[in-house]
Design a protein around this ligand. Structure first.
Ligand SMILES: NC(=O)c1ccc[n+]([C@@H]2O[C@H](COP(=O)([O-])OP(=O)(O)OC[C@H]3O[C@@H](n4cnc5c(N)ncnc54)[C@H](OP(=O)(O)O)[C@@H]3O)[C@@H](O)[C@H]2O)c1
Length: 330
């Protein structure tokens, strides 16, 4: 079938490791999934995430698992003909805890099992969430990674209450645009940083109350910071918080080793540092319900056919996109 996959690993030039073409997915190292609990979904739309670039660089993907179909997000058709959204967290069969993100042996689609940038993807039946008719396949495909991560950061992890102030580092990313829309809708005062005036202004037009150049001094301290940029913004995030505030971190786009860890400020202010990763299937279902109830929809930067997905990867790598890069399939 047609798929976009990591044919090799290239830490310096990740796009050189990408191939788009026909591949026998069942014959790939992760493709021999035969359990009766798994079903095949006909993918109608998928979406790119920074995770796909990390995979091409070899982060979380070993040479032994190549070739590996990329992609964590999909919406499509289940074997019974129903429209579904695919939850991308694959739990160890032996895991029984209440929160699937606590499973130390969990993986994401495209790490051990073939991902969603393909005409079909196999997933555990329990990973399917019903797609309501109100959402298009493209909108639904934006939800399982970036939007679910943003939902959990804001509503499960941060402890924020309506009326408080949240700072979102980075304006234009998939997670960042989801955070802006969700936070504004939840009644928070929303502040954003960006390296670019154009992207800052676009975040403001989405609903951010104010945007500030990355690293600049804010008019006052905030209650919580949503951090996905990593090393480049870590010190700013810590300095931006009021005493007792929280930084919720889900990613390290610019690296995981900031120049200063800011340990003294963290204990002295004192601050809460909260890690967050993806979300549970139930949280994905709740997020879908929120979109249906509010009319809120993901910001889609562009939609690219699977056969031409290389162009979307170039946009992802350049950082020039604003919102989600959607891939149409079939
Ligand atoms: N843990 C999880 O479950 C999970 C889930 C989803 C994503 N993530 C992680 O979260 C991060 C964002 O993912 P994404 O898919 O939203 O990526 P993305 O769409 O590529 O967004 C990148 C963001 O980083 C900002 N940025 C990039 N370089 C920067 C720099 N030098 N200084 C300041 N800001 C910079 C950009 O903001 P401006 O261009 O506006 O400045 C943009 O908002 C990635 O590291 C990803 O792996 C983790």
């Amino acid at each position: 079938m047609l798929a976009a996959y990591a044919a090799r690993i290239d830490p310096q030039h990740p796009l050189d490791a990408l191939e788009v073409g026909e591949i026998d997915v069942a014959a790939t190292p992760g493709g021999a999934q035969t359990s009766d609990d798994w079903v095949e979904v006909q993918v109608r739309a998928a979406a790119l995430n920074h995770h796909d670039l990390f995979s091409l660089r070899g982060v979380g993907l070993s040479a032994a698992s190549l070739p590996m179909v990329l992609g964590c997000d999909a919406a499509g058709i289940a074997p019974d003909g129903s429209e579904v959204i695919v939850h991308g967290v694959i739990n160890d069969p032996g895991f029984a805890g209440p929160d699937s993100t606590f499973d130390p042996r969990r993986s994401l689609l495209s790490e051990r099992c073939p991902g969603t940038l393909a005409e079909r993807v196999r997933v555990p039946r329990t990973n399917l969430v019903a797609k309501p008719a109100e959402l298009t396949f493209s909108e639904a495909a934006c939800l399982p990674t970036a939007w679910l991560t943003a939902y959990r950061m804001l509503f499960v992890q941060s402890g924020l209450r309506p009326g408080q102030t949240v700072l979102i580092q980075g304006a234009g990313g998939g997670v960042a645009t989801a955070l802006v829309l969700l936070a504004r809708h939840a009644g928070l005062r929303v502040w954003v940083t960006s390296r670019s005036e154009e992207r800052g202004e676009r975040a403001a037009s989405l609903g951010a109350h104010a945007w500030f150049p990355s690293g600049s001094r804010l008019p006052e301290r905030v209650d919580a910071v949503m951090e996905s940029v990593g090393a480049a913004t870590w010190s700013h995030s810590i300095n931006a918080l009021r005493p007792g505030g929280a930084v919720v971190i889900c990613g390290t786009t610019t690296g995981a080793e900031p120049e200063r860890a800011e340990l003294t400020k963290i204990f002295f202010k004192p601050l809460r540092v909260i890690g967050s990763t993806m979300g549970t299937r139930d949280e994905l279902a709740d997020l879908v319900g929120l979109l249906v109830a509010t009319g809120l929809r993901p910001v889609i930067d562009s939609t690219t056919p699977l056969a031409e997905v290389g162009q979307a990867f170039e946009r992802l790598e350049s950082g020039s996109g604003f919102g989600k890069l959607v891939v149409s399939v079939g």
